[in-house]
Design a binder for this molecule. Structure first.
Ligand code: TPP
Length: 297
């Protein structure tokens, strides 16, 4: 949904969407103009044209449908030779803009982007600003089954999904990104992680708040903050009580070493990022862009 992407789409005369729901969060609340004709492929018939009207809906498995399409295409396509260059440029510009917005957390995003991909970690995320800004968009996974996220957007499920991904992963430790608000909703599952000695690193982004709610209150409700500051336990004490090793990162330059240590250890660990000490993102994230009425986030 970046301005660069909007510009690229304006230059295209066909879009084939494979297995994406074109959610409002990624499409400016379903209002971003997409290239026409718009062709959609999905294994779930209920997704056909659900968020966007489409010219063609192909109900089928992605690999099978694309293989059938390939058979029907000529060996050489008459496409714009600049297209792949334009896409690469758009991507680089959008990633550059995103990194800039992160401020001090750029180091964290870069470290994760490198490690998660190169060591093929399962990458599990709860609904937190860190995921909406860089986790979903910047950290690449080594294979499609390694990305785990609650599509419906309910906070807290990541704590348990981290345990599941860790126990299912034979090769690499699962890395699970959490906010403190979401963590509180799934806290008991951390005890399961210890009981099962799940190969798991919880990465807790602790801003002592429902951060995105505070940002929405700032952006759209004249900073009238209500019920968005959180009373949470001392996570070091909590981890001690349940037998999970805990490491506090108060200086972002210590993150990379903390991650290495946690990944090398056996069983579950929690790295707590003290966002109150490290400071805010350079730009506040207040949900997907609001619509004309300004209250849609
Ligand atoms: C079950 C549920 N309740 C409420 C919400 C609304 N909601 C979305 S994000 C969020 C704040 C999450 O706080 P935290 O996990 O600390 O992450 P942060 O926003 O601070 O990054 C809330 C309450 C939701 N998505 N799911």
């Amino acid at each position: 949904m970046t301005p660069e992407a909007v510009e690229l789409y304006e230059s295209c005369d066909l879009m084939i969407v494979v297995g994406s729901r074109l959610r409002g969060n990624e499409t400016r609340n379903n209002k971003m103009p997409l290239p026409r004709p718009l062709v959609q492929v999905d294994a779930d018939a209920a997704q056909g044209g659900r968020n966007y009207p489409v010219e063609v809906f192909a109900h089928g498995d992605a690999a099978d449908t694309l293989a059938r399409l390939l058979v029907r295409l000529p060996d050489t396509l008459d496409t714009d030779t600049n297209l792949s260059f334009d896409i690469a440029r758009t991507r680089a510009a959008a990633e550059g803009r995103m990194r800039d917005v992160l401020g001090p957390y750029r180091i964290l995003a870069d470290t994760l982007a490198e490690r998660v991909f190169s060591d093929a970690h399962p990458w599990v995320r709860d609904v937190t600003i860190s995921n909406s800004t860089f986790g979903n968009r910047y950290v690449r996974i080594a294979s499609p089954n390694l990305g785990v996220h609650a599509l419906g957007g309910g906070i807290g499920q990541g704590v348990a999904m981290g345990v599941g991904a860790a126990l299912a992963s034979k090769e690499a430790k699962a890395i699970t990104l959490l906010g403190d608000g979401g963590t509180m909703l799934g806290l008991a599952e951390m005890i399961t992680a210890v009981e099962e000695q799940a190969p798991l690193v919880y990465l807790l982004m602790n801003d002592k708040a429902y951060g995105v709610i505070q940002n929405i209150q700032d952006a759209q409700y004249d900073s009238r903050r209500h019920y968005s500051a959180l009373a949470t336990p001392d996570f070091a004490e909590f981890c001690k009580a349940i037998g999970m090793p805990h490491q506090l990162v108060s200086d972002i330059s210590d993150f990379s070493a903390a991650l290495d240590e946690a990944v090398a250890a056996s069983g579950p660990r929690l790295i707590e990022i003290d966002m109150c000490a490290i400071g805010p993102f350079k730009e506040a994230f207040a949900g997907p862009p609001a619509g004309a009425a300004g209250k849609e986030a």
